[in-house]
Design a protein around this ligand. Structure first.
Ligand SMILES: Cc1ncc(COP(=O)(O)O)c(C=O)c1O
Length: 177
């Protein structure tokens, strides 16, 4: 027991801050005001979209707000159901309740720890409007199968890639689905 307590913790992920990030932040708080207020956002959005391989990206204060706004943009609301894996960070599911819809928790796949497409399919009802597959711990679900089930049932996909920027599924970057 004593030995276990002395073991070094292995962090899931830590920040990687170099002088470059410190310089950018210093420049932003010093100069990015008024006419220049959006300079860093625009640069980031362009670079991010290019890296992920998509046409557009929008920067927001948090992934929680991105999921919240995505649900609102899709018109999901009270009485609707949204399927989400039962092992994830709370923010994958919480925004579903912000808009009055019901989160429905599907099982994960034992290999990827991400949404099982079979369980996803089992939980689809006439009330289901969307699915939120989560790229957990940098892993990714079987996106071909998830997309097939979503398409067959006319469901929107909101990919929660908060933990997987840099991951790939069949050559496509996490966050591009
Ligand atoms: C899978 C997943 N989704 C959503 C979030 C929420 O991100 P944020 O803290 O930026 O709202 C996190 C945060 O760790 C996460 O791991």
């Amino acid at each position: 027991m004593h030995q276990r307590l002395n073991m070094e913790r292995i962090r899931v992920a830590g920040p990687w801050i170099t002088q470059k990030e410190i310089d950018y932040v210093t420049d932003a708080v010093t100069n990015a005001w008024y006419g220049n207020a959006n300079v860093y956002h625009e640069r980031f959005e362009r670079a991010f979209a290019e890296y992920i391989g998509v046409r557009f990206s929008i920067s927001l204060p948090s992934c929680t707000s991105a999921i919240h706004l995505s649900l609102l943009a899709l018109g999901v609301g009270p009485g609707d159901e949204v399927i989400v894996p039962d092992i994830t960070w709370i923010a994958s599911a919480a925004p579903i309740t912000y808009i009055g819809a019901t989160p429905v928790f599907a099982d994960i796949d034992s290999r990827s720890w991400c949404l099982s497409f079979k369980s996803f399919e089992d939980y689809v009802t006439p009330k289901t409007k969307a699915v939120i597959p989560v790229d957990l711990y940098g892993s990714m679900p079987d996106m071909d199968a998830v997309r097939t089930v979503a398409k067959q049932n006319n469901l929107a996909i909101i990919e929660d890639a908060a933990e997987a920027i840099g991951s790939e599924y069949k050559g496509k970057k996490g966050g591009s689905f």
